[in-house]
Design a protein. Structure first.
Lengths: 385, 97
């Protein structure tokens, strides 16, 4: 069923058709509409789930961990400061190997207090063992919730689905809401092998000594390795049933390209328009959108960027004292790979929700085209000096 | 990875569960080995107030019935001594193991 809905409500509908059984809710701008709509769905009997109002984001995820531990399909949502407050439980979720899906509306961290989009909130969770998906439109937001459960429940690692504040969260787009019976064919009920069960008592999260802690961490990395193949496999299966294709990355006009623009999230939609106008001027440029950040798509990046002259990475985030985070990860991914490597330019743009316009993207591309090689790891786009 | 009440030996990642959950249960994990001091109740002085039973942080003191002094479960008592401190008649003595 096609419906014009906000990105936040695309999350709510994704949760509805995934037959989520528990939702823990604590409000924060710009996330609140997600759980608000879910509370209505539960109150109206549309969604058979337990809706719990909690006193903080830390409790929201702790409560979600509890539900998931007893074998429920569990969901929560947050943003920015809320995600930061969850951080202890973020590590716990992955370490406990719980297939929770969390929607994070990418919002800049304070201070200065800011409710608009950038990625430093979710990228601060990079090393926690969560899979991370960055969406470019509301349809992908809904679909990523469904696929998130499908992948998470196989590899037993949680998924964070991120959508840009306001650019998606409060923007209405036409979205196909798949029939729940069709989703049932794709996403079977969650049946964990080990769960909290009074008839089969166990200790959970108990002491893990130097004698066995490392093996648990080894198994998390093993699961991340496996996750890449499962994301690709389940993306294909999703396409077969629903007709929409998702992978680790998305390419646009990369054939015959000498320069590749690398972006994530909603900057990709704008960048496609920029690519079209640059191509019309005869510039051999294509686009690579990183959709899944964890596990990191090293193979796809190497396939697309090797033997190209230049790569231009736009980061709506920054690791202070280093560079843009996607830029840094892409550069690092190449180091031990054989082949002709491109010169990689790293631009920081759009922090705190500043618009990344087609003009700004063209300026970055023109700047990189003028230079033989990047002089430094950070090139600021549009900063007022 | 079937759960049973027996002690489970782990050799490495290949026979470990994915999550840090015990394969057995607390039935096989007797935490009393941590204990240095053992609480002993002098039943002749016990007034059956059950304050020790309420305060035990490990639920290692068993309630039998109102007319019987509570019984310490030495399989799980870690010897923290809270019961001895809280006992109003001081009938619980901490004895070295």
């Amino acid at each position: 069923m096609g419906k014009v809905i906000l990105g936040n409500h695309a999350v709510s509908y994704g949760v509805l058709v995934s037959r989520v059984q528990t939702i823990a809710a604590y409000p924060i701008t710009p996330q609140t509409l997600i759980v608000e709509r879910l509370s209505e769905m539960v109150a109206d009997g549309e969604l058979d789930a337990i809706f719990t109002k909690v006193e903080s984001e830390h409790s929201a995820l702790a409560s979600t961990i509890g539900s998931s531990s007893v074998g429920a399909r569990a969901f929560t949502a947050t943003s920015s400061q809320g995600l930061a407050l969850m951080h202890e439980m973020i590590h716990w979720t992955a370490g406990a190997r719980l297939p929770i899906v969390l929607a994070n509306v990418n919002r800049a961290m304070a201070p200065g207090w800011n409710i608009w989009t950038d990625q430093n909130d979710s990228l601060s969770c990079r090393d926690t063992g969560w899979m991370q998906v960055y969406c470019q439109n509301n349809q992908e937001v809904l679909d990523s919730i469904i696929m998130g459960y499908k992948v998470s429940e196989q590899v037993l690692l949680p998924t964070m689905v991120s959508l840009d504040a306001f650019v998606l969260s409060h923007t209405a787009e036409n979205v196909d809401i798949p029939d729940v019976k069709l989703v049932d064919k794709y996403l079977p009920p969650y049946k964990p092998e080990i769960k909290m069960d009074i008839d089969d008592p166990r200790s959970f999260g108990a002491l893990s000594s130097p004698d066995n802690y490392m093996e648990f961490r080894y198994k998390m990395q093993e699961a991340m390795d496996k996750a890449e193949d499962i994301i690709i496999k389940e993306g294909k299966e999703f396409e077969r049933i629903f007709g929409r294709k998702y992978g680790m990355v998305e390419e646009y006009r990369t054939e015959g390209a000498e320069i590749i623009l690398v972006v994530s999230a909603t900057i990709a939609s704008t960048a496609r328009a920029s690519i079209d106008s640059l191509r019309a001027k005869g510039i051999k440029i294509g686009l690579l959108r990183i959709r899944v950040f964890r596990p990191f798509p090293v193979k796809d990046i190497a396939r697309v960027l090797l033997n190209k002259k230049k790569a231009i990475v736009i980061d709506r985030n920054i690791s202070y004292g280093k560079s843009g985070i996607f830029f840094d990860e892409i550069k690092g991914a190449f180091y031990n790979i054989e082949g002709e490597k491109p010169k990689i330019f790293g631009y920081i743009a759009g922090l705190g929700g500043r618009d990344v316009t087609p003009e700004a993207i063209s300026d970055m591309v023109n700047d990189a085209m003028r230079k033989d090689k990047p002089e430094k790891d950070i090139i600021w786009s549009g900063v007022k000096l | 990875m079937k759960h049973n009440k027996k002690k489970v030996e782990i050799n490495g990642a290949s026979n470990m569960p994915d999550m840090p959950a015990s394969l057995g249960s607390m039935a096989s994990n007797k935490t009393s080995s941590w204990r240095n001091l053992r609480p002993e109740i002098d039943e002749s002085k016990c007034i059956k107030c059950f304050i020790c039973w309420k305060f035990c942080p490990d639920a290692a003191i068993d309630f039998i019935d109102e007319n019987t002094p509570p019984k310490i479960n030495y399989d799980y008592c870690k010897g923290c001594g809270i019961c001895a401190v809280e006992c109003p008649t001081k009938c619980i003595e901490m004895v070295e193991e």
